[in-house]
Design a protein around this ligand. Structure first.
Ligand code: FAD
Length: 286
């Protein structure tokens, strides 16, 4: 099923993310975690793509195993450093496996790469390529607090308009911890005439060590009330996990209540975290 058909129904939806293993020996564990999360019957599940790695092929494999379990997969695909032929090969493989949804991403720029010499410079170039290949529902990434490489929010939103014009029919946000940042961002998109569905990405922070990494990768601001939670419970893993799940749940309830009906949880291959959030929302999603 196409993700736009799922999220355009307007009912609150919850989806989850898994990432493929870095080593072959970890594949079975990831597959088992993905199957357990699929058992919660989420609206769909995304499978991230490890750019360039030897296990990059696992994205398609895990996506098709989700399909076999009756869960709609969204396969991520990055284009940085890829040739047109290799992208077409990946799309052919996904199509043969019955995967209908692709999140078109640039990937992080490796240091020292001359962007001008690449076949694909931006995610929008990949979205165009997938569009001309045909048959996929294409999504793209967006950044409520702007992409770290962008000089200002306006130019980031302009680039997003190009992404949508290139064929992205829905967008998924980078994680954010303050819903007012998302509401502001949605307003700016509408003002620019970007009216495709936006799926809100929520990261349950379940251990204190995650926080530094998250902020350096995403540039996401942490609200003071969240920092108080980390200060208070960061040294107690069980309490921090419970508090992180509660914080994420509260964010999701507020999003649904304010009309953001599609929420994606960065569940990081953790079925217990996905299940706890799902249980907290059971009546809301019923
Ligand atoms: P782009 O859309 O190309 O944007 C990158 C920068 O270029 C931005 O500053 C943008 O404003 C600018 N830009 C874009 N288009 C234009 C244009 N036409 N003209 C001028 N400037 C432009 N990484 C992985 O490796 N694997 C994954 O599976 C993965 N999944 C992700 C899922 C989500 C929801 C998100 C938010 C990120 C994900 N990432 C993943 C990280 C992503 O690859 C990085 O954030 C990367 O740096 C940018 O990717 P992008 O697709 O947003 O790039």
């Amino acid at each position: 099923m196409k993700i736009t058909d799922i999220i355009k129904r307007g009912k609150p939806t919850l989806s989850f993310e898994v990432f493929p293993p870095k080593t072959d020996s970890a594949l079975e564990g990831v597959r088992a975690a993905a199957a357990e999360i699929a058992g919660l019957s989420p609206a769909y599940m995304s499978v991230t793509y490890g750019a360039g790695g030897s296990t990059a092929g696992y994205t398609a494999e895990i996506a098709s195993s989700l399909l076999a379990l009756g869960t709609t997969p969204l396969a991520h695909l990055t284009c940085i450093g890829a040739s047109r032929e290799s992208i077409r090969e990946k799309l052919t493989d996904l199509r043969a496996r019955g995967v209908e949804n692709v999140l078109a991403l640039r990937g992080d720029l490796p240091e020292g790469i001359d962007g001008n010499a690449l076949s694909f410079r931006h995610a929008s170039d990949l979205a165009e390529e997938i569009c001309s290949f045909g048959g996929f529902c294409i999504g793209g990434a967006c950044y409520p607090e702007k992409h770290p490489e962008s000089t200002d929010s306006d130019s980031d939103v302009e680039a997003l308009a190009v992404k949508v014009a290139s064929g992205c029919s829905f967008l998924t946000t980078q994680m954010f911890f303050d819903n007012s940042i998302l509401y502001n961002f949605l307003y700016r998109l509408l003002r620019r005439g970007i009216d495709v569905p936006v799926v809100a990405g929520i990261m349950p922070v379940t251990n204190a060590a995650q926080i530094k990494r998250i902020c350096s990768i995403s540039g996401a601001a942490l609200p003071a009330r969240f920092l108080r939670i980390v200060e208070r419970y960061g040294d107690n893993p069980a309490a921090m996990k419970q508090a992180g799940i509660a914080f994420a749940t509260e964010q999701i309830v507020d999003l649904y209540a304010n009309g953001v009906s599609a929420v994606h949880v960065y569940s990081m291959n953790k079925p217990d975290v996905a299940a706890a959030i799902y249980a907290n929302l059971s009546e809301i999603l019923a």
